[in-house]
Ligand binder design. Sequence first.
Ligand SMILES: [Zn+2]
Length: 86
Amino acid sequence: MNCIQCQSTRIVTGALNEGVGLFIPDEIKKIFLSVKAPYIQIDKQFSICLDCGFAWSKVYTDLEKAKSILLRWGNENLLKRLNLKE
Ligand SMILES: [Zn+2]
């Protein structure tokens, strides 16, 4: 891995101590407005360059799990907009 600012290879990676990131989609079926909403787990990895001090993050999720959750719980508008119909 190289620094995305200065291309140095002197990189250290880690995580911010803020717990697990949960993404709750806006466009879900109305039934979830009053109960616990479905969520997609977001994983975050942070990196710091020891040469120029630049820090950046990589935010990602399991794409197949995300599609599965949205397919099951997404409202009609979301499924149509993302072309997620089975
Ligand atoms: Zn750098």
